[in-house]
Write a protein that binds this ligand. Structure first.
Ligand SMILES: Nc1ncnc2c1ncn2[C@@H]1O[C@H](COP(=O)(O)OP(=O)(O)OP(=O)(O)O)[C@@H](O)[C@H]1O
Length: 222
């Protein structure tokens, strides 16, 4: 699902530099990313999603080289293939929770907003415990509720790749386990791969593999 070779990326000359010689994520894989704050975990997710562009090297997602696409094509590709739970949720406050969840359908002509998508919104919201909050706007929701809206939005399009940046960070332990169950259940249903940044070490046994960013610190990696 993801193939990375000789990736380098720098935030401007002299800025933080990420170098990953090789990384592969198979279809249906569930891999956790751990590592110190500031080690580049979010940067990697943004590169995979095409929100940042690598300086050198290759990132292929589902066989498509993301950096070779035009901006518009990359947006379409991301919306159709990738569900991204952002660390800061990235919700739009002028929209209700329901409209936020269905937002990918507004911005992606290739996605059809049909009854199935509306039903999935209800099902996901119920599974996340926010079914009665769907008409509220993000500013009237708690951090944990906003996070769950962001999770529903990432899953509603049934993406083949789920990128999650601390998707359970603002939740209590019981909710964390439940949300991870939901992410994995959704992933299994559509055969999706999961790549999840987490600081919750108790969740790591749930993943097949852990990518530790401590190894990339001095620009050396395996
Ligand atoms: N837009 C930016 N411009 C310049 N530097 C940036 C930018 N975004 C992040 N950085 C720097 O890049 C480094 C990696 O940041 P990143 O957010 O990828 O780390 P992280 O491992 O996800 O951290 P955390 O666990 O705290 O979320 C940090 O030193 C950060 O300050």
């Amino acid at each position: 699902m993801i193939q990375i070779e000789n990736l380098t990326f720098e935030y401007g000359a002299g800025g933080f530099r990420l170098r990953i010689p090789e990384f592969a994520l198979g279809y249906r894989d569930r891999v956790a990313i751990v590592g110190p704050s500031g080690s580049g975990k979010t940067t990697l997710l943004n590169l995979i999603a095409g929100l940042l562009t690598a300086d050198t090297g290759r990132i292929a997602v589902a066989g498509t080289e993301v950096s070779a696409l035009s901006d518009a094509a990359r947006r379409r590709f991301r919306a159709a293939q990738i569900g991204f739970v952002f660390q800061d949720f990235a919700l739009l406050d002028y929209l209700s929770a329901r409209q936020n969840i269905l937002y990918p359908y507004r911005i992606t002509p290739a996605l059809t907003l049909d009854d199935a998508a509306r039903d999935r919104t209800e099902t996901l919201a119920a599974a996340c415990g926010i079914a009665d909050k769907l008409e509220r706007h993000p500013s009237a929701l708690s951090q944990g509720e906003q996070q769950r809206v962001a999770i529903c939005r990432a899953l509603v399009t049934q993406p083949k790749l789920i990128l999650s940046d601390e998707a359970t960070g603002n939740l209590d332990p019981e909710s964390k386990a439940r949300i991870l169950d939901l992410l994995f259940a959704q992933a299994s249903e559509v055969g999706a791969a999961v790549l999840a940044v987490t600081h919750d070490h108790e969740l790591l046994p749930r993943f097949e593999r852990v990518l530790d960013f401590a190894q990339f610190r001095e620009g050396t990696a395996t």
